[in-house]
Design a protein around this ligand. Structure first.
Ligand code: GDP
Length: 424
């Protein structure tokens, strides 16, 4: 069985904990896009972990974790994630971690280019996390990327680094007017961190094809959400990769395969990191309260997230783009303090009521239509069955299910591993 777990909104929906939960029965967990620009937070009996690159199944020793060819990998950062696991006594071997030989390496100059561009943009910036993601994906597509598999061939690697650095310096020196980079330094960096990672590098297509033939259970996890997808998201406030389930086979090494099941992760309210239109956004004290209750600070950057009401229009679009078969609704407990719960049920653009999510400049003009639902004002973190929930919490869940026309199969009521309700 091939299952994708994807974000339906702007990211930070709580995918990490859903992967951790659903990975119990999996043989393999694959990450198929993105780099260390976002983070998954997983809390379990071993502690609290933030992964920017490693797949969330890494905490279970019986799962093979794969970093797919759709990813961009800062190898120094990956080594530091492996170090932090080692410090907590979690041993990663080539049996439980495999890295695609086709994944592109995020180089130190990509991080620099990201910073130079944000500096140049000043107040017109797009909210980059400055981890080099846009420059490294740009290099992938203009064929200036260096792939993990090249680490095994030092002579040709050296030549590639010399050529590519010459090209990068055109932009760095002549474009941004900054100090040029030294190819030898880049080459040494690749050898230093690459050496440690070599045992994990493999042809993932071959591995996964065999796993599928053996009827193994494989989970595909995405970073960020549908609205950050490079094609279908709120461009240009998107990330530089495909965050949608349809990309999972391509970014993993099995482009001819299809998913059997797609679980969309939806948060019980909205949150968003960085710039761009965010129609259901709350302001002032109302926002501060929700941000505090939901601990909405970026896992990768610590930046306070923007927060807002549950957005029916954006979430329905997210479900469509992801092809979600079912929904995991997270962080319902965070709303427990509210007397009445705001929901953005539609948009108004130039006086016209809109139910279909508009992408592009039209979205900038959208205003939220807010309606209120009854709150429950009691602790729900101990609820383990739908019947345990107060009736207004059940009403909130069924409203969302109806609005999204997609079945809610999980409701999470706390960050802990067992703090969820399964709905059959
Ligand atoms: P991801 O990138 O989609 O995995 O999202 P994050 O890791 O940034 O956000 C998830 C955060 O919310 C983590 O701190 C989780 O421990 C926490 N979390 C996940 N589900 C719940 C929940 O149901 N209730 C509460 N209170 N926290 C949750």
């Amino acid at each position: 069985m091939k299952t994708a777990i994807v974000g339906i909104n702007w990211g930070d929906e709580g995918k990490g904990r859903m992967v951790d939960l659903l990975s119990q029965d999996q043989d393999i967990v694959v990450r198929y896009q993105g780099g260390n620009n976002a983070g998954h937070t997983v809390v379990n009996e071993k502690g609290k972990f933030i992964f920017n690159l490693l797949p969330s199944g890494i905490l279970r020793d019986d799962i093979v974790n794969i970093m797919g060819n759709g990813m961009v990998i800062d190898i120094e950062h990956l080594c530091s994630e492996l170090d932090s696991l080692q410090e907590k006594g979690i041993i990663v071997t080539e049996k439980n971690l495999k890295i695609s030989d086709k994944a592109v390496i995020c180089m130190p100059y990509h991080v620099l280019l990201d910073q130079y561009e944000e500096e140049r943009l000043k107040d017109k910036k797009y909210g980059s996390t400055k981890r080099g993601i846009a420059p490294v994906y740009a290099d992938k597509y203009r064929k200036k990327g260096i792939r993990m598999g090249e680490l095994f061939f030092e002579d040709s690697l050296k030549e590639r680094v010399q050529d590519v650095v010459k090209y990068e310096n055109l932009l760095i020196e002549k474009g941004y007017g900054k100090e040029k980079i030294d190819w030898q330094e880049m080459y040494d960096w690749l050898l230093k961190y690459g050496e440690r990672l070599k045992p994990y590098i493999a042809d993932i297509g071959v591995f996964l094809t065999e796993a599928i033939r053996d009827n193994q259970d494989i989970m595909f996890e995405a970073q960020l959400g549908a609205l950050r997808d490079i094609d279908y998201g709120i461009y240009p406030y998107t990330t530089s990769s495909s965050t949608i389930a349809a990309y999972a086979p391509i970014g993993s090494g099995i482009p001819g395969e299809k998913m059997d099941r797609t679980v969309g992760v939806v948060k019980a309210y909205s949150s968003c990191v960085g710039e761009g239109p965010f129609t259901a956004e709350m302001e002032g004290e109302e926002a501060d309260k929700l941000r505090e209750a939901g601990e909405e600070y970026g896992a990768a950057t610590g930046r306070p997230r923007r927060v807002g009401a549950f957005d029916v229009v954006a979430t329905r679009y997210g479900c469509l783009v992801q092809g979600a078969d079912e929904i995991a609704l997270t962080k319902l407990d965070v709303l427990s303090y509210m007397e009445n719960i705001p929901v953005c049920t539609a948009y108004k653009i130039d006086g016209e009521k809109i139910n279909d999510f508009p992408v592009g400049p039209k979205l900038d003009r959208a205003e939220p239509v807010i309606e209120y639902m009854f709150g429950w004002k009691e602790d729900i973190t101990k609820c383990r069955k739908l019947e345990d929930l107060p009736s207004s919490a059940r009403a909130y869940i069924s409203y969302i299910q109806r609005a999204l026309e997609t079945k809610i199969t999980y409701v999470s009521v706390g960050p802990g591993r067992d703090e969820y309700i399964k709905i059959d």
